[in-house]
Design a protein around this ligand. Structure first.
Ligand code: SAH
Length: 381
């Protein structure tokens, strides 16, 4: 049992996969099938109170209440965008906050989940990067975002055209999921588990900036869809936009993508490509991209850049995006342009930063003002 899933002195069962929960129940001297029953209560029924788990014996219920909790991160706020997109801000252990975005569409509903507080990778066009890295989320904090969203949406009964509140999950919120590997995999196990959320493995997508060794490791332990933040067709430009490219350049990244697909000809890697005006959106970039993707089974997802305060970049014009898209399509590459959703509540790709960031900025400003009159050293950090 990792410290990750300890809440105070009690074990938080929310973040344990079926396997981990069974192992834990064995240490309690219980039969593994009890773990399956508890898993169903927690994830399929949204129950946190052991007393309500009526198919368990009274003594087991009492034992669990003494040793364990089922605890999701606490919601700080909810924002609703005019297009139906919602953003929840959750408080996480040890300070800090994360954001989760719900994106409803006529035939599906996607939840965009965070994996870290802040991010260490410093991509130059991403708002989360400005916050720096603060911490890895526990598996309870990761799956807790889905647990909460499903429970909340069910209570509101607002999903009509689809049979479940969330049909797709994308690990595209704050953080680099492959740098919080074990906790992300444990949470994704629960997403796929029929006793928990039963999502299709093609509808759970992990997005990475390109941590090559972790892509190989992922392939060994779980089968989910992979998206890669490519954003540039050559190393010079990509290193400028996605600095981890210096360590794992494009050839190595694309080779890892091919390995990830094994030889399954029906599968594709999604290449994400943010459209930055005058930076990576010119026809020459599209032609370079065609060349490097020639033998990588992939589709391209163009993301119109979402601006934030203080950024030096601008969103490409619609004409530039259409031109870029048609060059790729003419070369036979399936290319979609991602619709910008929820930008009126700063919930669009790359805009997630958490309230804590704002507070940090406010407190930095406050300190600057104070520093004009007194020495900075006396201020608490
Ligand atoms: N760290 C992971 C997942 C988080 S970002 C990754 O890099 O893939 C999810 C997607 O949003 C990535 O493709 C990211 O590059 C993109 N993104 C980041 N900032 C953006 C912005 N300001 N506008 C549009 N897309 C952005």
């Amino acid at each position: 049992m990792s410290d990750n899933n300890l809440s105070g002195t009690k074990v938080n069962l929310l973040g344990l996969s079926q396997k981990a929960l069974s192992e834990y129940f064995i240490t309690l001297g219980e039969k593994p099938f009890r773990a399956q029953q508890v898993l169903k209560w927690i994830h399929a029924e949204g129950v946190t109170d052991f007393a309500q788990m009526t198919n368990l014996s009274k003594s087991l219920r009492a034992k669990l209440a003494e040793l364990c909790v089922v605890q999701a991160p606490e919601v700080i706020s909810q924002h609703n965008a005019s297009d139906g997109t919602r953003k929840w801000l959750f408080k996480v252990a040890g300070g800090g906050a994360i954001e989760t975005v719900y994106i409803p569409e006529p035939k599906r509903a996607t939840l965009c989940i965070s994996s870290q507080v802040g991010c260490a990778l410093n991509c130059s066009f991403c708002h989360t990067a400005q916050q720096g890295f603060q911490k890895n989320l526990t598996s309870s904090e990761i799956i807790g975002q889905l647990w909460y969203a499903v429970k909340q949406l069910r209570e509101e009964g607002i999903f009509k055209a689809i049979d479940r509140p969330i049909t797709n999950v994308v690990m595209m919120g704050m953080g680099e999921p492959l740098l919080n590997f074990d906790n992300v995999v444990m949470a994704m196990d629960l997403m796929l588990d029929d006793l928990a959320y039963g999502l299709s493995k093609r509808r759970v997508t992990l997005s990475t900036s390109g941590v090559v060794p972790a892509i190989d490791k992922l392939r060994e332990v779980i089968d989910v869809a992979l998206a890669v933040s490519l954003h540039a067709p050559n190393d010079t430009l990509r290193t400028e936009l996605v600095p981890i490219n210096k360590k794992y350049p494009i050839v190595e990244l694309l080779a890892a993508c091919k390995r990830y697909l094994r030889d399954d000809t029906r599968r594709r890697i999604t290449m994400e490509y943010v459209m930055l005006e005058g930076v990576n959106d010119q026809p020459q970039h599209a032609h370079e991209l065609i060349k490097i993707l020639k033998d990588v089974p992939s589709k391209v997802n163009l993301i119109p850049f979402n601006p934030f305060n203080g950024t030096k970049y601008q969103r490409s014009s619609n004409e530039a995006i259409l031109r870029f898209q048609s060059i790729l399509m003419n070369a036979g590459i399936v290319t979609l342009t991602r619709k910008t959703r929820g930008d009126d509540i700063d919930a669009a790709c790359g805009q997630l930063a958490g309230q804590v960031n704002d507070k940090t900025q406010r407190s930095a400003k406050f300190k600057q003002q104070l520093a004009k009159t007194i020495s900075l050293e006396v201020l608490p950090s």
